[in-house]
Structure formats: structure tokens, C-alpha cells
Design a protein around this ligand. Structure first.
Ligand SMILES: Cc1ncc(COP(=O)(O)O)c(C=O)c1O
Length: 377
């Protein structure tokens, strides 16, 4: 029985992996971690990276070792997995609405009291106060602000101030700041256009912060930013921490937005790939065993083949991808690394990362709570 509890031989080399599978290139991954860590240190801004990208305790641990102040989670299930894995400093960026999530949050905060949640509605403040009072715990909150994404979040200005007042009147709740994620700015193509979009969004957060502080509320934390705006948002005075997530892996969608100095965003290196095998070869066509089931298709474009710029991929069914491969070097049985179109939902399709260095598989890291449903309690 191997360390995974299975009876299969432990894989040692990439060559031994069954495809399709996720391979994480540790050298590239570590370079991405180090680059973001160095950058945030130099810019004197905190990093609380988002675990929605990886859903992996091993990766969260590495991020904390590199100086992150904590970890963001999108769901209560992700947060539970992190806490059970010893991770602290969690910020849950999704609203906790309804009894099942609220009671799980209370249990989580009993175990990890520094966990923070977000709120955007006065009735939810009341529900959280009732539950926190009953559980006899103190719950730390950030106001989730809608700064243009039109998803969750209270409107900036007066509505946010009213929410702050409601929190201030709640004995078991403590306001610590504002969560202002501008998802609509993250993938704006072109550095200057992205900078303008992000600035427009975050200015609303700064205005609200001022208003709250003027009325005596605490705003120690102003949390926001993405991988697309990591080198834009620290210029905005008042942002205290960044929640970037995708920088650890990178994906085609991010490569296409353009960087500060060129048409391809190359600040971080593609570290995560789907490993695929060429299962058919004829004429200019090569078919790989990674199709719709192996790659999230939400972006409408396929993966890039790592190191083969002139090869194009198109989805050809559940288990198939078609490469237009004028490249004669592609042969039946070859293993190709596909740079993922959109990393978060692709990770969500798999159970584990195979962590590779060179040709060797060094480790396997589990991807947890993919559906976000069950509880660890
Ligand atoms: C609330 C929130 N914060 C941070 C992120 C991380 O963004 P990225 O992966 O683009 O860096 C996301 C991603 O969707 C998000 O929803």
C-alpha cells in the first residue's frame, strides 16, 4: 500500500504518469512564489493569496513560508480544509448566507479565531451577530464592497457606512476593514487600460474608507487586487493587502492580457500544465487524450502547447483535442504539456497535482474540496 492508500506503484518519473493529469513544475512554481514575495516585500504591501486557485494546503503552506500574512478562501469548505491543515489568517471572500454556512463559520472561528468573513447586507449582520452571540465568539468582518464587478458587495459610500454602523452595534462582531476585489479589472487587455480600470474601481474603495474612518470606524485592512493588477494596485495609497491567486500557476487567459512591457503577460511563468499523450497521428493532424473533460472550457479558447508556439489546439470532444501539427517532431505516444486556458476551474477537475522537477515526480499534493460541499466537522 503506497502513501496515497492505494496499491499502485508510486510514480517516479513523468514518463510513468497516466494522462491526462495535472503536472506542477516545481522550479517554475517556486520562481513564481519568490517573485511575488519579493515584489510585495519591496512594495511594502501584504499578501493574502487566494486559495480558490489551488485548493491545496501544501501550496498555502508554501505561500505562508514565503511571507504571506494569511490565505483567502472563496467558500466555507475551502476555509475548513485550510484550517484543518494548520493554515491560519484566513479571509473568506464569499458571503456566508443561510444557517448551514453560518453554523460552519461559527465552528471554524471557534477553532481559528483569526478567521475573517465578509458581509454586504444588514440582515446578514443580524444573522451573524445572533449566531456569534450564541456561540460566544467574536467574529471579525470586512465589508465586501462592490467597486464595479456587479457581483456581491454593498455599494460604496453611504450604504457601506450603514453597514459599518450595524456591525458597530453588534456585540460579537468586529469591523476590521474593507474587501474590494475588482474582478472586472483583472483581465482588461493592455497594461494602461487595466491600470485605468483598476484605479477607477479602487478609488471608490478609498472614498468609502475615508467616509468610514471619518465616522469613527476601523479600517485597518483594505484588501483587493488580482494577478492582473498586482503591479498596479500597490501604487494606490491605502490598499493594505493583495489577494492575487493565479500567479502561482498562470494560464493562457492571463498571458493574453499583456504585460507592462509587451503583448504577452510574462511576469509569472506557466507552472501548471495538463500532461497529455498523442494518441493519433496522421498528416498534419495529431490527437491528444485531453479534451473537454480535462480542461475547463469557460473561456472559449483551448490550451497552448508548452514550447511549441506554432501548434494550435482545438477541442475535439470529451476525451480528445486536435492539434494542427505541421511540426513533424510530434510523434505518436509523445507527452505534451498543455498550458491551461483558465487555471481555477481546471484545477477543480482533478484530485491531485503531480509535482515535477525536471523529469522526476517529486511529490503528489491533494486538491481538496473541489465541489465545496461537504464538511470536515
Ligand atoms: C475575491 C477574489 N479575490 C482574488 C481573486 C484572485 O484573482 P486572480 O486569480 O486573478 O489573481 C479572485 C479570483 O477570482 C477572487 O474572486
Amino acid at each position: 500500500v503506497d502513501k496515497r492508500g492505494g496499491t499502485l506503484p508510486i510514480v517516479k518519473k513523468i514518463h510513468d504518469l497516466s494522462t491526462p493529469c495535472l503536472v506542477l513544475d516545481l522550479d517554475r512554481f517556486e520562481a513564481n512564489l519568490e517573485k511575488m514575495s519579493r515584489f510585495t516585500r519591496q512594495r511594502n504591501i501584504a499578501l493574502r493569496p487566494h486559495a480558490k486557485t489551488h485548493k491545496c494546503v501544501n501550496i498555502a503552506r508554501r505561500q505562508l513560508q514565503q511571507g504571506a500574512v494569511g490565505i483567502c478562501a472563496a467558500t466555507i469548505a475551502e476555509a475548513e480544509v485550510m484550517v484543518r491543515g494548520g493554515i491560519r489568517g484566513l479571509l473568506i471572500t464569499g458571503e456566508m448566507i443561510g444557517e448551514p454556512k453560518i453554523s460552519r463559520l461559527m465552528r471554524l472561528v471557534s477553532e481559528a479565531p483569526d478567521t475573517m468573513a465578509v458581509v454586504d447586507d444588514v440582515s446578514n449582520v443580524e444573522d451573524l451577530q445572533r449566531a456569534a452571540g450564541r456561540a460566544e465568539i467574536q467574529l471579525t468582518l470586512l465589508i465586501d464592497l462592490d467597486i464595479g464587478q456587479n457581483r456581491t458587495g454593498v455599494q460604496p459610500g453611504e450604504p457601506a457606512l450603514q453597514l459599518a454602523r450595524a456591525i458597530a452595534h453588534s456585540k460579537n462582531l468586529q469591523l476590521k476593514g474593507i474587501c474590494a476585489y475588482a474582478g472586472h479589472a483583472a483581465h482588461v487587455v493592455g497594461f494602461e487600460a487595466r491600470r485605468a480600470a483598476s484605479r477607477r474601481a479602487l478609488e471608490q474603495a478609498l472614498g468609502t474608507r475615508e467616509l468610514l474612518v471619518k465616522h469613527g470606524h476601523r479600517v485597518d485592512i483594505l484588501s483587493g487586487a488580482s494577478t492582473g493588477t498586482y503591479n498596479i494596485d500597490p501604487d494606490i495609497e491605502g490598499l493594505t493587502e493583495m489577494q492575487s491567486g493565479s500567479y502561482v500557476f498562470m494560464d493562457v487567459e492571463y498571458r493574453r492580457i499583456g504585460g507592462a512591457s509587451g503583448p504577452v503577460y510574462e511576469d509569472f511563468t506557466p507552472a501548471l500544465c495538463v500532461l497529455a499523450t498523442v494518441i493519433h497521428r496522421s498528416g498534419p493532424k495529431a490527437i491528444v487524450d485531453a479534451g473537454i473533460k480535462a480542461l475547463a472550457t469557460d473561456r472559449g479558447f483551448g490550451p497552448e502547447v508548452l514550447g511549441m508556439a506554432d501548434v494550435t489546439y482545438e477541442f475535439a470532444g470529451d476525451e480528445h483535442g486536435r492539434l494542427t501539427a505541421n511540426d513533424k517532431s510530434i510523434r505518436l505516444g509523445d507527452r505534451l504539456r498543455l498550458v491551461i486556458p483558465h487555471c481555477d476551474p481546471t484545477v477543480n477537475l482533478y484530485d491531485r497535482f503531480f509535482c515535477v522537477r525536471g523529469e522526476m515526480v517529486e511529490d503528489e499534493w491533494p486538491i481538496m474540496e473541489r465541489a465545496g460541499g461537504s464538511t470536515y466537522f
